[in-house]
Design a protein around this ligand. Structure first.
Ligand code: ING
Length: 311
């Protein structure tokens, strides 16, 4: 009997700075209700879903910066989301900016949580690969200051037994790095859930702009196929605070095939009944890691950070 899990990728259109958390949560709850009507058991929301993508601005006032972060999860504004999800017996994956008190200091992470159908938070991930820059670069049409506002994730790439399978999470830029999927693949991951905010213009590399959609799809298809896992990629798309961002949310099967894809760049739910055993034919043969991998040949991957060409 296949282990089916019906998943909804809940793409969000723009969240403008003027949108309150309450307004955003209402949109998320609308997604939950649509997902229930479509027979979903799990709904995946994008990265930093509760506010506009604030790393696009240079800010110095700590109170202003911290206004984009959540000190508790659930909190007052997010509790209705948890309550409605539990009422609908839906699990969800939610990206948000986490402000935590750890090791006696305040720490800020780009975080994603996995919530089971009974309302329990059963997994947490903190974004490891922070793209962009830490200093103000006023010549850019918009900033990308994730290295300023967040610390690199300190939880590694964990996987969690939930929804009848082995579930993993990553966030946005993580999806472009093969190590992300492979670390989870080495833990038997069967479904990787990720959200993204991807501007269609990348100021340091404008020649990449025309390939934005291709690079998004290529990264997730490769990650899925090379690790025999489902990949659920969910955009916050459309033009947010005058920055056009990639939509193109999609559900990728372990074969690498895109089985569901968003048509627009607004709030849109795409649904697929995923067979969690579909990765087995890959991980038992072509990508039977135990049988075929040669870690002794891969040392540079861990020991060396930047490329060092031969003399
Ligand atoms: N956003 C982008 C991403 O990795 C980016 C950053 C844009 C990198 C375009 C490369 C090219 O999709 C986040 N939030 O990581």
């Amino acid at each position: 009997m296949p282990r089916y899990l019906t998943v909804g990728a809940a793409q969000m259109g723009p969240i403008q700075r003027s949108h309150s958390r309450r307004e955003v949560v209402e949109r998320l709850i609308a997604h939950l209700r649509e997902a229930r009507r479509m027979g979903c058991e799990l709904v995946v929301f994008p990265e930093l879903t509760l506010t506009t993508f604030f790393p696009r601005w240079w800010m110095t006032d700590e109170a202003e910066i911290d206004s984009f972060f959540e000190r508790e999860m659930p909190g007052n504004e997010t509790a209705p989301l948890f309550t409605e999800a539990k009422r609908l017996e839906l699990g969800f994956c939610l990206g948000y900016a986490e402000l935590a008190q750890e090791d006696g200091r305040t720490r800020r992470f780009n975080t994603s949580i996995l919530v089971e159908r009974d309302g329990r938070i059963v997994g947490k991930y903190r974004k490891v690969h922070l793209p962009g820059h830490a200093e103000h670069e006023p010549q850019r049409p918009f900033q990308h200051l994730e290295k300023r506002y967040f610390e690199p994730g300190n939880l590694g790439f964990p996987v969690f037994r939930a929804f009848g399978g082995i579930m993993g999470m990553c966030i946005c830029n993580d999806r472009r790095w093969p190590e992300t999927y492979r670390v989870m693949g080495l833990q038997g991951v069967e479904m990787v859930m990720l959200g993204y905010n991807t501007p269609l213009h990348n100021p340091p590399a404008p020649d990449h702009d025309e390939h934005s959609g291709f690079h998004n799809q290529l990264s997730m298809q490769a990650g899925a196929y090379q690790n025999g896992t489902w990949v659920i990629g969910v955009a916050k798309g459309g033009t947010e605070e005058r920055v056009p961002s990639l939509a193109d949310s999609q559900i990728v099967a372990p074969s690498g095939k895109v089985v569901a894809r968003a048509a627009g760049d607004g709030d849109e739910l795409i649904v697929y009944r995923c067979d969690l055993d579909a990765g087995k034919s890959y991980t038992a043969t072509t990508f039977n890691f135990a049988r075929h991998r040669r870690p002794e040949a891969y040392r540079l991957i861990v020991e060396r950070k930047g490329a060092e060409p031969p003399p």
